[in-house]
Ligand binder design. Structure first.
Ligand code: DAH
Length: 381
């Protein structure tokens, strides 16, 4: 090349500073830099230094004006060829770096999906026995075709008492140890109450729907009472069935089927004892037979009795109070103490511990949250 320059026409200044004497050296330099680039950022810096606006190859391109006209074509082709090879080398290096980066990331983020699940909140959290038993009861009655109804914790005197055939001055009102609010019902001026039982949901359901009715209503209830087996707040499930031909046989079958399913036994010793509730006639209390074997309770057999619920045929006055004709519609109702059922089934002695929010108690008596009670897979296993 040094020899070629003197070939230029006399008077035309040979290109000097801008044109390196050896394109081959420049190419080798740049290709080596490309190979050395350790990551995409370094590679881009090499690209800018070569092909960028102020890059070495771009400067070469601009210097074409200084090349003698007869050499411009060859010069241009040489620089373009150089440019193309640099671009190809850049692309190749970029692909190599990208796949190396991907390999590194795959190696770093490899997950062994055969490892056991890490203990997290789901493994440590526990479902409270009251929630568990509510789920179990709901599952059993849903399977029998009952739907779930709900009512508010703050009730009117009328729904909690009067319409359930407990008029003012009725002695049953004293037995309920009612919590009264100062606030009054807008319609009759009577003080609002914390509901003392779930039975007002019977009234709400009958007033808002037509027979046939088949509902259960689980929820919180309140009475001013506290000892080993009573807390001021506790839980009940109300049941109500209204139809045209419902009778005591249905009631008895239904509660027996419930008790067997709930205690997960094939036979269960039950006793229907005549009792009195203002909202049912006749009324009964139901006891479950059990025996103590060491510390454990054996449910459904034995000579001891534990009361678990009240029930009866809905009183004609209650039906009239919601606008039903007792000559056409009748049915049965029951009210179950959930906390008491939980104590019986899972062997807790003190009801107050249910609401003490002691994590050690919950860890011991609670249930794994992923074991949802189902009749097909077993309620409590
Ligand atoms: N409400 C009653 C109570 O809390 C329980 C009860 C008894 C509910 C008989 C009923 C029933 O539906 O028929 O003591």
């Amino acid at each position: 090349m040094a020899k070629a320059k003197p070939k230029s026409k006399a008077g035309v200044k040979a290109p000097t500073s801008a044109v390196p004497p050896d394109l081959g050296t420049l190419e080798a330099d740049i290709l080596a830099e490309i190979e050395r680039a350790a990551d995409l950022a370094a590679l881009d810096a090499v690209r800018v230094a070569a092909l960028g606006k102020k890059g070495r190859v771009s400067a070469l391109m601009r210097s074409i004006s200084e090349v003698p006209p007869e050499e411009r074509k060859a010069f241009g082709q040489a620089v373009n060829g150089l440019k193309a090879r640099i671009n190809a080398a850049l692309e190749a290096r970029k692909a190599a770096l990208a796949s190396a980066a991907l390999e590194a990331r795959l190696a770093r983020e490899r997950a062994d999906i055969t490892l056991p699940v890490r203990p997290g909140p789901l493994a440590e959290g526990r479902v409270h026995p009251v929630s568990q038993v509510m789920e179990e009861i709901t599952e059993i009655f849903a399977d029998m075709g009952f739907s779930i109804a709900e009512g508010p914790d703050i009730e009117t005197d009328e729904n909690n008492f009067t319409k359930l055939n407990i008029p003012p001055e009725h002695p049953a009102r004293q037995e309920h140890d009612t919590f009264y609010f100062n606030a009054r019902d807008g319609r009759d001026g009577a003080r609002l109450v914390l509901r003392t039982h779930t039975s007002p949901v019977q009234i709400r359901t009958m007033e808002s729907s037509e027979p046939p009715i088949r509902i259960i209503a689980p929820g919180r209830v309140y009475r001013c009472d506290s000892d080993q087996t009573h807390t001021p707040m506790f839980h009940q499930v109300e049941g109500l069935v209204i139809d045209t031909e419902t009778h005591m046989g249905h009631l008895k079958w239904c509660l027996e089927a419930f008790a067997k399913a709930f205690f997960e036994v094939d036979t269960v010793k039950m006793r229907f004892r005549a009792s009195h509730f203002p909202f049912t006639e006749p009324s009964m209390e139901v006891d479950i037979g059990y025996s103590k074997v060491g510390d454990a309770l054996r449910i459904g057999e034995g000579d001891d009795w534990m009361e678990i619920l009240g029930c009866g045929m809905v009183h004609p006055n209650v039906l009239r109070n919601v606008g039903y004709d007792p000559e056409v519609h009748q049915g049965f109702a029951f009210g179950v103490g959930i906390d008491r059922l939980a104590m019986l089934k899972y062997g807790m002695a003190d009801l107050r511990a249910f609401f003490a929010a002691d994590l050690r108690w919950l860890a011991h008596y609670g249930f794994p949250p992923l074991d949802v009670p189902s009749l097909a897979r077993g309620l409590s296993s």
